[in-house]
Unconditional design. Structure first.
Length: 110
């Protein structure tokens, strides 16, 4: 169970870093950021979508944790070099990929 924390902006107790009002404002700002939109368009282009589909369909193990299929954690195609649209893709659980975020791989796979 998460304990409430004060919102970074206003101090209202919330289960996350921001209260719902400030989280929504932050999300809107991110969605409307032209540089962010251009980066997403570059990273998730038609080539990515095509290769990603094959990676997810053929996935056996997660390249980040080494575990196999999880019914509640679908496969995603992860860029091995975060933020590089030309880097190879590998299968990863959604939760593992989200946990890694935009950080570089540490010590290789796993």
């Amino acid at each position: 169970m998460k304990f409430p924390k004060p919102c970074i902006t206003c101090g209202v107790l919330s289960p996350n870093q921001y209260c719902p009002e400030h989280q929504a404002a932050l999300n809107r700002a991110r969605e409307n950021n032209p540089a962010r939109l251009a980066k997403k368009k570059e990273l998730y282009n038609a080539r990515y979508k095509s290769i990603s589909k094959r990676i997810r369909e053929g996935a056996v193990t997660c390249h980040l944790c080494g575990e196999g299929y999880r019914a509640t954690d679908p496969w995603q195609a992860d860029h091995l070099i975060a933020g590089d649209s030309t880097s190879p893709l590998a299968a990863a659980h959604r939760s593992c990929n989200a946990k890694r975020g935009n950080k570089p791989l540490e010590g290789g796979v796993g």
